[in-house]
Design a protein around this ligand. Structure first.
Ligand SMILES: [Zn+2]
Length: 216
């Protein structure tokens, strides 16, 4: 992670190896995350935007466990959505080295395993290795975190546009990978109940709608 162009937010450090338009979208979703969530219980998450796709075909980002950083491919489509997914992995990975989704997120796990999408996913993916990955707790968590953020950041039209384009890629996304709005309502509630386990707190006020008060 040498060189490049660095932007520091409060809890993310965005490093770009070569300046690229993509960084604006990534910067925006990271800012939205900071506005919505309090990360005081977490250490800083470095996010690196690599100039080319270096992770193999169709993989547009990765979370590197060893160094606890997020790596994104600048040339990738729907970079904002990928950012949310990889940040989901980073948040799931606790300082103790465990992924919270594998045993500690009690409400979230209950909401996920009782949802029929898991069955749809199990049936729609033929290749056993891919199926195992998609139904693993960390992947289910990262996808649900991604969807939770998209539902929360409705005002960001670029993010919504990228999400809609991504969701229309039916040949890429297996049936059951994501949830209908109706299915997701329960999962979103459960995820919010378990945020404290990840060392994050949902902020009460949204800075976009906060009114200025001179009292108190
Ligand atoms: Zn993932």
């Amino acid at each position: 992670m040498k060189g490049g162009f660095i932007i520091s937010l409060e809890h993310f450090r965005l490093l770009e190896m070569r300046q690229h338009d993509g960084h604006q979208g990534v910067y925006r979703v990271l800012s939205l995350l900071e506005a919505a969530l309090d990360f005081r219980g977490r250490s800083m998450i470095p996010v690196v935007i690599a100039p080319q796709c270096c992770f193999g075909s169709r993989v547009l980002g990765q979370y590197v466990k060893r160094s606890r950083h997020v790596e994104l491919c600048a040339a990738g489509e729907h970079l904002m959505v990928t950012t949310l997914h990889e940040v989901g992995h980073a948040l799931d990975h606790l300082e103790t080295g465990v992924f919270a989704s594998e045993s500690l997120l009690v409400n979230w796990t209950k909401a996920i395993v009782t949802n029929l999408s898991l069955l749809r996913l199990d049936q729609s993916v033929r290749e056993a290795r891919v199926r195992r990955t998609l139904i693993s707790s960390p992947e289910l968590f990262a996808r649900s975190f991604e969807q939770w953020c998209v539902k929360r950041f409705l005002l960001d039209t670029d993010l919504q546009g990228q999400w809609n384009a991504f969701q229309s890629e039916k040949d890429v996304i297996a049936d059951g990978s994501y949830w209908s709005d109706e299915e997701f309502a329960l999962i979103a509630d459960a995820l919010e109940q378990d945020l404290a386990v990840l060392g994050i707190v949902l902020k009460k006020t949204n800075p976009r709608t906060k009114t200025r008060s001179r009292q108190g």
